[in-house]
Design a protein. Structure first.
Length: 346
């Protein structure tokens, strides 16, 4: 069984952190989101992957290559312009002759792929859509289903009272290859707005698979920070960070001054130096990071290759790679990048 990742998104709501990095490649506990999902798929027995990209495709291909070092076989398809979910799937048509799975590349989920595949086969569906329940479905595509577990309607971003269902499209699909023949070629196509509703009208069976485990779309800074909190609080168990009994994960060649303090949960990457009287609390620190004396990092995420001077305060802040922060500066609810800093709404 092969998997297709729809990795063409630009990540506008995550700018400036995605100015140089495609959204599927933003780090989750110091590894790209896409890699985290690939590892999960590999554990489910899927090792052949197709990545459909559009924004900065070379970044993704240079990182993963042919997939050999990850124990995978990876092929690439590049969209000249964004083609939408349906258009991207259609462009990959030649890659799939049997049942295949599709992932939106901006989600993190511990979905049970074998169980979803069993659901797809047992219901003799042409397509199966993973659905997950959320408290406020108004920002998502909502799916209603009958008592037999087949989708009966799709409503994008419904207003309150428009639909009773609180189950949303989780961005994970299993398709039979014949579905590809019904997707128009060489144009933008939305699977959610065009293909799935058309299939229901035609009487095709679209199964709805309920996923009750962890699911998060990494579409905003609030969710990006939240997913790290969930991992460190053991609410998302698919990311193994080897936390110690004190809830601290330390990488290689980490230098911690005896007068500094690390309060778990905390993740510290490789080649990190934490100077005297610095305090790290409930934070993720990437590789090749230096944190100056008397600085404090709380509830924050630091990417790689960062230099934090002395007496800096970071609270609920994201610092992207290759940044330098001068001494005596304070950042609260901020994204700090090489170009500018931006407030995170809370």
């Amino acid at each position: 069984m092969k998997a297709l990742f729809l990795a063409g998104g630009k990540g506008i709501r995550l700018q400036p952190s995605t100015d140089k990095v495609p959204k599927p490649m933003v780090p989750i506990m110091n590894k790209p989101l896409l890699e985290r999902t690939m590892v999960h798929l590999k554990k489910s027995g899927i090792s052949e992957i197709v990545i459909s990209s559009c924004y900065q495709p070379q970044y993704i291909e240079e990182y993963f290559g042919n997939g050999k070092q990850f124990g995978l076989k990876i092929q690439y398809i590049v969209e000249d312009i964004p083609l939408g979910t349906g258009g991207a799937i259609k462009k990959a048509e030649a890659q799939f002759e049997d049942t295949f799975i599709v992932f939106n590349a901006d989600i993190l989920s511990d979905i049970d792929i074998p169980k979803m595949l069993d659901c797809h086969k047992n219901r003799h569906a042409i397509a199966t859509i993973a659905i997950t329940e959320v408290s406020d479905p108004s920002a998502y595509g909502v799916i209603d289903h009958d008592t037999d577990g087949y989708a009966i309607s799709f409503v994008e971003k419904p207003v309150q009272g428009q639909i009773d269902s609180s189950y949303i499209n989780a961005g994970i699909y299993i398709f039979e290859p014949e579905i590809l023949k019904e997707i128009p070629n060489n144009r933008v196509v939305s699977a959610e707005r065009e293909i799935f509703p058309r299939f229901i009208v035609k009487g095709h069976k679209i199964a709805a698979y309920k996923h009750d485990g962890y699911w998060m779309d990494i579409g905003t800074f609030e969710k990006y920070i939240q997913v790290h909190k969930d991992i460190m609080d053991n609410k998302c168990k698919m990311v193994d960070c080897n936390f110690s009994s004190s809830n601290i994960s330390l990488g290689k060649n980490v230098k911690i001054h005896p007068d500094s303090k690390i309060i778990g949960p905390a993740y510290i990457g490789d080649n990190v130096e934490i100077c005297a009287k610095a305090i790290i609390s409930h934070s993720v620190i990437g590789d090749n990071v230096s944190i100056g004396s008397r600085s404090r990092v709380t509830g924050s995420i630091l990417w790689n290759d960062i230099n934090i001077s002395s007496e800096v305060r970071l609270v609920n802040t994201i610092v992207t790679s290759n940044c330098f922060i001068n001494r005596n500066l304070n950042y609260l609810n901020t994204v700090f990048s090489h170009k500018l800093d931006r407030q995170i709404p809370v």
